[in-house]
Write a protein of this length. Structure first.
Length: 525
C-alpha cells in the first residue's frame, strides 16, 4: 500500500477546502491519488470538524454537514473575525448568517420532525413493500395467462428445429409473440413457448420489414459490379436536362417525371454529378448565394450619454414556463443603469416608453450636436418598428449586434451576470411582479451608488457619470505616492495606476484601423 506524507495530505485538504473547492475527481486527476483514498481522507477530516466540501458547487449547494460545520466554526467570532474567515474561504457573511438562522430553526423543530419522518418512513416502507408484492403477483399472473394463450394458439406453427418455416408461419409467430409481450409476457419466455430463440425472432422481424415479405433472400456472397456511367449515358443525361420541357426543372423534378414516362436514365445524384462536371449547376432566379458576414459594429464613447446599450433578460416566477422580463439600459461609458423596468411580456412599446423616460431624465433632446447611439442585439423588441419610430422622434441612432454574436453586446451581458450572481439574489423564483420590482430597485440603487466597478477603476457608476471620478482617482494617486515616499523599497516600479479610462469601445479596432480616415466609428441605422 502506498504511503503519503503529511505534506501531501495537507495540500489535498487545502484543495478540497474553500475557497478552492476542487472536486475529488479533479484532485485525483491532477495528483494521481486514487479516488477512494481521497474520499477516505475527506471522511476523516469531516469527522475532525474540517470544512472540506470537495465540490465545485457554489457554497449554497454544499451539504448540510459542511454548512453546519461553518456555523460551528464561526459561532464565537466577532464581525471582524467573521469577515476575515469568509474571505479566506470564499464566502459571504450573509450566507453564514442564513445558514446559522436555518440551523436554529431546524433545531427548534428537530424532535418533532424526526418523529414525523420516522413514522412517515415506516409507512412508506410498508406501502412500498405491499406495492412491490402486488406488482410482482400481477406481473406473474399476466405473464402466465399470456403464455397459456400463446401455447394454445401457436402449438403447430413451426416445423421444428432445422426445418424451414414458411413466411406465413413466421409472420403469424411474430404476431402472436407481439400480442403475448403486450399482455405482459417476456420476449424470452414467449419465444420459448413457440420453440425459437430470441435471435431468430429478431432475424424474422428484420426480414419482414424489407420487401421480401419475410422470405429468406440470402444469395451467397456479394459480387463486385461496376456502376460507372458510360459516356453515352452521360451525354443522354445532359441532353435530357437541356430539353425544353426540362430546362427550368432541377434533377429532383426531372427524375420522377422520367419515371412517370417509364424511363430511367440515372439517379438524382448522377444527374447532379453530370451537370456539375459540365458547369451547369448554379443558383437561378431568386436563389441567392451565401451572404457575406455583417460588418463588425464599432462604437466609441468618450463621455456620458454618447452610447447606451440595452437588453432584456428573464426573471423566474413560481409558475413553470412563465417568466418576468427585466429591461435594462446602461450607459457604456459610465456603466450607469439609466433606466430599467420589469414587465410580464416582451413588448417594443414598453421598450420605447423606457427609452423615452431615460432620455427625459438625462435631458437628451433631438437637437444634440452628437446624437445618442442605442446599441442592442437582434431581438424582436429591438428590431420592431414601434421602437424605431420612437427613436427617430428622439433623435437617437440605432446599432445592432451581429447575429448570434453575444460579444457585440458585452456591457449588457456583463450587467446581467452581476444581477444574477449577487449574494442577495433570491434563491427562489419571484412570487409577483411587485416583488421583482422591489428587488430590482434595490439592486439598481446599490449598483449605481455603492458598487465600485472594476472596469472604471473602482469608482461607482454614478460618480463617473457625474464627473467626480477624475478627482477621486487623483486623490487615490496622491495617497499612494505618499505611501511610496514613506516606504520606497516596497515599490520596485511605479504606483498603481488610478487614471480613468478616457475612451470606451464596443469592438475596439486593431492598430491598423486607428489611422486617420480609416476608422469606422459606428455602425448605426
Amino acid at each position: 500500500m502506498r504511503r503519503y506524507s503529511e505534506a501531501v495530505k495537507a495540500d489535498v485538504r487545502r484543495r478540497m477546502s474553500p475557497p478552492r473547492r476542487q472536486s475529488v475527481a479533479q484532485i485525483s486527476a491532477e495528483l494521481g491519488i486514487h479516488i477512494v483514498t481521497l474520499y477516505n481522507w475527506r471522511k476523516v477530516w469531516r469527522l475532525q470538524g474540517e470544512v472540506v466540501p470537495a465540490s465545485e458547487k457554489d457554497p449554497d449547494g454544499w451539504s448540510a454537514a459542511d454548512k453546519f460545520t461553518v456555523v460551528l466554526e464561526t459561532a464565537g467570532l466577532n464581525a471582524t473575525e467573521l469577515s476575515a474567515y469568509c474571505r479566506e474561504r470564499g464566502l459571504y457573511p450573509e450566507q453564514v448568517e442564513r445558514w446559522r438562522q436555518a440551523a436554529q430553526d431546524a433545531n427548534e423543530k428537530l424532535k418533532e420532525q424526526k418523529e414525523l419522518e420516522r413514522l412517515r418512513a415506516q409507512d412508506q416502507r410498508e406501502i412500498k413493500a405491499l406495492k412491490k408484492e402486488l406488482q410482482r403477483k400481477e406481473k406473474a399472473m399476466a405473464e402466465m395467462a399470456a403464455l397459456l394463450v400463446l401455447r394454445k394458439k401457436g402449438g403447430l406453427l413451426l416445423g421444428g428445429r432445422g426445418r424451414l418455416t414458411s413466411a406465413v408461419h413466421r409472420r403469424k409467430a411474430i404476431e402472436l409473440i407481439g400480442e403475448a409481450h403486450a399482455a405482459g409476457a417476456g420476449l424470452l419466455s414467449a419465444c420459448g413457448e413457440i420453440g425459437i430463440c430470441l435471435r431468430t425472432l429478431k432475424r424474422w422481424r428484420k426480414a419482414c420489414l424489407g420487401d421480401g415479405g419475410g422470405h429468406d433472400r440470402r444469395k451467397g456472397s456479394h459480387r463486385l459490379v461496376s456502376h460507372k456511367l458510360s459516356e453515352e449515358e452521360r451525354q443522354r443525361i445532359l441532353l435530357t436536362c437541356n430539353q425544353a420541357e426540362y430546362a427550368s426543372l432541377p434533377p429532383g423534378q426531372i427524375v420522377p417525371a422520367l419515371a412517370d414516362q417509364g424511363l430511367y436514365i440515372g439517379s438524382e445524384s448522377s444527374f447532379y454529378r453530370v451537370l456539375h462536371a459540365h458547369g451547369q449547376v448554379h443558383r437561378r432566379g431568386r436563389a441567392r448565394p451565401p451572404q457575406e458576414p455583417r460588418p463588425v459594429p464599432r462604437l466609441r464613447a468618450s463621455g456620458a450619454n454618447q452610447v447606451w446599450s440595452w437588453d432584456i433578460t428573464y426573471l423566474p416566477t413560481t409558475v413553470r414556463g412563465i417568466w418576468l422580463y427585466l429591461y435594462l439600459v446602461i450607459d457604456v461609458w459610465s456603466r450607469k443603469v439609466v433606466a430599467w423596468d420589469v414587465a410580464e411580456r416582451e413588448d417594443p412599446a414598453i421598450a420605447a416608453d423606457l427609452v423615452s423616460r431615460a432620455c427625459l431624465r438625462e435631458r437628451i433632446s433631438k437637437g444634440r450636436k452628437q446624437p445618442l447611439i442605442l446599441h442592442a442585439d437582434n431581438g424582436n423588441a429591438m428590431r420592431a418598428a414601434t421602437l424605431e419610430s420612437r427613436l427617430e422622434e428622439l433623435g437617437v441612432l440605432r446599432s445592432f449586434s451581429r447575429p448570434r454574436v453575444s460579444n457585440d453586446n458585452p456591457y449588457s451581458e456583463s450587467l446581467f451576470r452581476t444581477v444574477k450572481y449577487r449574494p442577495d439574489y433570491p434563491r427562489r423564483p419571484f412570487a409577483s411582479k411587485e416583488q421583482a420590482c422591489q428587488w430590482v430597485a434595490e439592486f439598481v440603487g446599490w449598483y449605481n451608488h455603492q458598487h465600485r466597478h472594476s472596469g472604471i477603476k473602482f469608482v461607482t457608476p454614478q460618480q463617473r457619470h457625474d464627473g467626480q471620478a477624475v478627482e477621486i482617482s487623483r486623490h487615490r494617486a496622491v495617497v499612494y505616492e505618499r505611501a511610496r515616499q514613506l516606504n520606497p523599497r516596497r515599490w520596485s516600479r511605479s504606483t498603481r495606476c488610478w487614471r480613468q479610462p478616457e475612451v470606451v469601445w464596443i469592438n475596439q479596432p486593431t492598430d491598423e484601423l486607428n489611422e486617420p480616415g480609416q476608422l469606422p466609428l459606428m455602425q448605426a441605422a
